[in-house]
Design a protein around this ligand. Structure first.
Ligand code: HEM
Length: 133
């Protein structure tokens, strides 16, 4: 998988789209409308922003050193059990992030970025399947 292409897509998305937080959660809530109410505590948007920042860390670790992503997701499974978030929604969130990054990149989105993200999402699915087992 190409870490460089995934990183480049994140940099370009940030440059063109600024903070991706609103776009990611708008996509999430369009796909899973019942999730919006789960963020009821998040009046300022700070929790959504913090969660997305952690998800980007997981993505960069998975695309690179793979030092802690698996452990971090295992931990988040448990904390999110307490929030009432089904574990099956984790891969959906990563896919939503990928789509928001692609949309923000616009015509700057390259085949290498598409390949890098496709490989990353496949890896995440494999890892989540293993964690769930
Ligand atoms: C690897 C994936 C994920 C990571 C690393 C992650 C990380 C986090 C973190 C760190 C927080 C707490 C933020 C704070 O209090 O400042 C949080 C809260 C939350 N997450 Fe996630 N999350 C992940 C996946 C998901 C998914 C898939 C959903 C639902 C679609 C979700 C829904 C929520 C909700 C509703 C809260 C707010 C809970 C509350 O305080 O009321 N998360 N997440």
């Amino acid at each position: 998988m190409s870490l460089a292409a995934v990183e480049a897509s994140l940099a370009l998305a940030a440059e063109r789209g600024g903070d991706l937080t609103p776009a990611v959660y708008a996509r999430l809530f369009a796909r899973l409308p019942q999730m919006e109410a789960e963020f009821w505590r998040d009046r300022s948007g700070a929790i959504r922003g913090e969660m997305l920042a952690r998800v980007f860390e997981v993505i960069l670790d998975l695309a690179g050193p793979r030092a802690y992503a698996e452990q971090m997701i295992g931990t988040e499974y448990v904390t999110h059990d307490a929030y009432g978030i089904p574990r099956a929604l984790f891969p959906v969130f990563f896919a939503v992030v990928a789509e928001a990054v692609e949309a923000a990149c616009g015509d700057g989105w390259t085949p290498a970025m598409a390949d890098g993200w496709a490989a990353l999402l496949a890896d995440i699915d494999a890892m989540l399947g293993k964690l769930a087992a």
